[in-house]
Ligand binder design. Structure first.
Ligand SMILES: C[S@@+](CC[C@H](N)C(=O)[O-])C[C@H]1O[C@@H](n2cnc3c(N)ncnc32)[C@H](O)[C@@H]1O
Length: 451
């Protein structure tokens, strides 16, 4: 009996690099979100902590640096990058990131990427990857490549900080100049700390339980240095939750002014998945009923779960542009509007390359209609907090200014309501920044219906 021919041994693939590649592939071929896919793969594959950390660094770093990596690769392949097999492009980016941004020795970065290419795409492609990555290595480190790529100061800043040019321009506009621009862009490239919100547990007890520190701005915030918040008993019971300290301030803004007359009906008009509604439910005075609505049934379901067991709340599926409740039903309304999410780029490394300037105008139109709906929902004398996790002027100041131009609307300046938070004023409105406050870049406006 003849023995079957032995298969050539497959190179042992490096678990961290394979996992990073699978994240890049999920993002480019299925529009996956890296911050959801990566933890799932790490759980399934049970990588050693060191490998898991390396996979995270590789995947997030490659996704963030895509623009710079593509600028380098463009000159080294004979075809436009868009015409390459997308798997090959992801592998080239993964290899180039190790060569330019990490202290991985060139031979290791090239050899491991070639092995991956052979296993994932085939031998033919591995030759191309080998040749291109050798040219990347021969061109020196990131600084040398940036010098070679040239461009004007703004283009260089975009490449050096791994941001698309249009976002650099939007940041400059929102910051009012160059002074903090580079610091703001670099802060966007740093993984955020995990923040907790103490909803039905004392903040000090939560800090003790988690080993974290009280947050500097929100009286409910705890900032963690590490560890898995999902293991904490308070998080498991729903007494605490993961929530950026900036989002906590944005929800608290709604509560910071006294009202004349009734103050018993609060509305969160875009509530899914329920983070801010959870905090509002916890901090409202006795006798206040909270209504939380979302247009998407599955998002409303998430709100229902977030508020499970909480008294005096109602969760509805409703379109905030055409409120189904009578006009003037509420004393306070939070509108945490759908937006580009450009203020949370630290959390979602691929979003800066997925979003385009064309996304902004339709969102601004939706935000304007939602703010109109929120102002219809609030009674004369009541307040609307308009917040976004984007600092882009068209989604923030422009939307709020347009509403403020109505004769029945008055702007309540935000900064005096947060005396403990430095440098929060953006004119009459409020703006948090990662580089200033260690939070997402949340925008906040507070409007009162005068009649
Ligand atoms: C920024 S998220 C809200 C986050 C939420 N406030 C929190 O803290 O967890 C925006 C939400 O608006 C919802 N939305 C989008 N268009 C809407 C509309 N026309 N009416 C009501 N909700 C809408 C989306 O489904 C999404 O859940």
């Amino acid at each position: 009996m003849s023995r079957p021919p032995r298969k050539a041994p497959r190179p042992r693939l490096d678990g961290a690099r394979l996992t990073a590649y699978d994240v890049l592939d999920g993002v480019s071929s299925r529009a996956a979100f890296a911050n959801l896919l990566l933890p799932q793969l790490l759980r399934e594959r049970q990588l050693e902590p060191r490998d898991a950390a390396f996979a995270t660094q590789l995947a997030y770093g490659t996704l963030r640096a895509q623009g710079t990596l593509d600028a380098v690769l463009t000159g080294l392949v004979s075809r436009p990058l868009a015409e390459l097999d997308p798997r090959v492009l992801d592998l080239l980016r993964l290899g180039a990131h190790q060569l330019l941004d990490l202290r991985v020795p060139a031979h290791a970065a090239v050899a491991t990427t070639v092995d991956l290419t052979r296993a994932i795409v085939g031998t033919g492609a591995s030759g191309l990857v080998n040749a291109v990555l050798r040219k990347v290595a021969a061109g020196g480190d990131r600084a040398a490549w940036l010098e070679r790529l040239g461009g004007g100061p703004q283009e260089r800043l975009a490449l050096a900080t791994d941001h698309p040019r249009w976002i650099v321009d939007a940041w400059r506009d929102a910051l009012g100049g160059e002074a903090e621009l580079e610091a703001a862009l670099l802060a966007d490239d740093t993984a955020p700390e995990v923040h907790l919100v103490a909803r039905r547990v004392a903040r000090d007890r939560l800090a003790e339980e988690s080993g974290g520190e009280p947050g500097p701005w929100s009286p409910y915030a705890v900032r963690l240095r590490g560890g898995d918040p999902g293991r904490l008993p308070s998080v498991r019971s729903g007494a605490a939750a993961v929530q950026d300290e900036g989002s906590q301030l944005a929800a608290l803004l709604l509560t910071r002014v006294p009202l004349e007359g009734s103050d018993t009906a609060w509305l969160d008009t875009c509530a899914g998945p329920g983070g801010k509604a959870g905090l509002l439910a916890a901090v409202r005075p006795d006798g206040v009923r909270l209504t939380a609505a979302d247009r998407a049934p599955h998002r409303a379901e998430l709100v229902r779960r977030a508020l499970d067991g909480v008294d005096d709340v109602e969760v509805l599926v409703a379109d905030g542009r055409q409120p189904p409740w009578p006009a003037g039903s509420f004393d306070r309304v939070l509108l945490d509007a759908p937006c580009t999410g450009l203020g949370a780029l630290r959390r979602r490394p691929e979003v800066r390359w997925r979003r385009t300037p064309e996304d902004v105008a339709p969102l601004a139109e939706l935000q304007t209609a939602l703010l109109d709906g929120a102002l219809t929902s609030v009674r004369p004398g009541g307040v609307v907090a308009y917040v976004t996790c984007s600092p882009h002027t068209a989604e923030t100041v422009d939307v709020a200014d347009a509403a403020a131009a109505r004769e029945d609307v008055e702007v309540l300046p935000v900064a005096p309501l947060f005396p403990e938070v430095p440098d929060v004023a953006r004119g009459r409105y409020g703006q948090l920044w990662p580089h200033r406050h260690g939070t997402d870049a949340m925008f906040m406006a507070l409007l009162r219906r005068t009649r």
